[in-house]
Ligand binder design. Structure first.
Ligand code: CDP
Ligand code: CDP
Length: 220
């Protein structure tokens, strides 16, 4: 066994797709921490709650977030027993998630859940603060980046494939705004851990990224 793998980086850098494939190759559990913040955001948006930090922290404490696999082996995000995998990708959730993820009490709760998951079995975990904060002792850390143009292109292609309408300049502006909020928050911001390997994915295919990560983990 190689130990836990942490993959961080900005939106659209290819973290979750690569992390899922690396987990499959190693026989590890994949944990999508962004989906956890998204699930809580979805719940807040649909609960009619006030946008008040104390209220959101209270909701976070009583929200159950789990992962399961569907028949095709796809990751499902389960919030309080309901599959919210589709809903958490909606624009309204994307536009509000960073506002919720900046709340210290929310992060405390999510990090506690994430560490508990990683204590059970070896994991590949992706997010913003995994290498720098959630799993500081993970022996394998990666920080994926790509230009804003490339990340916008990828997100638009993803939406095209899913039949979702989009405006390219809006997608780009949304990604930029979310990155800025994630980088500038006081608690566990988006940052490359000192011991993380930087991978610029601009000119790499997904398979090349995965091959690089696997090679590094195996020490080849
Ligand atoms: O898939 P995408 O890169 O667009 O985002 P995500 O990984 O689903 O994460 C959604 C949001 O959750 C991020 O923009 C952050 O605000 C927050 N997040 C976080 O604060 N810490 C993490 N470990 C993961 C996500
Ligand atoms: O999780 P994150 O927001 O970092 O990105 P993602 O959702 O894994 O990747 C966004 C899209 O970019 C996916 O459709 C990937 O297949 C694609 N991608 C790519 O085309 N080339 C790469 N080197 C990495 C990702």
């Amino acid at each position: 066994m190689y130990g836990n793998v942490a993959i961080d980086g900005p939106a659209g850098a290819g973290k979750s797709t690569a992390a899922r494939m690396v987990a499959e190759r190693l026989g590890y559990i994949y944990i999508d921490t962004g989906a956890m913040y998204r699930a809580l955001t979805w719940k807040v948006l649909n609960s009619g709650s006030r946008w008040d930090d104390e209220e959101i922290i209270r909701l976070a404490a009583v929200t159950k977030i789990e992962f399961s696999l569907d028949e095709q082996g796809g990751l499902q995000t389960i919030c309080d027993g309901s599959d919210v995998s589709r809903e958490i990708r909606e624009r309204n959730v994307s536009a509000n998630v960073s506002r919720i993820a900046r709340i210290a009490g929310v992060r405390r709760r999510m990090v506690e859940l994430q560490r508990r998951m990683a204590a059970q079995k070896p994991v590949v975990m992706d997010g913003r603060d995994i290498g720098s904060f959630v799993l500081p002792d993970a022996p394998h850390k990666f920080f994926l980046i790509a230009s804003l143009e490339e990340r916008t292109r990828r997100r638009c292609r993803q939406m095209e494939e899913q039949g979702i309408d989009f405006d390219r300049s809006q997608v780009s502006a949304d990604i930029k705004a979310r990155d800025e909020m994630d980088r500038s928050r006081t608690v566990a911001p988006l940052v490359q851990a000192a011991d993380a390997k930087l991978i610029d994915t601009d000119c790499l295919t997904l398979h090349q990224v995965v091959a690089l990560i696997i090679k590094e983990i195996r020490g080849e």
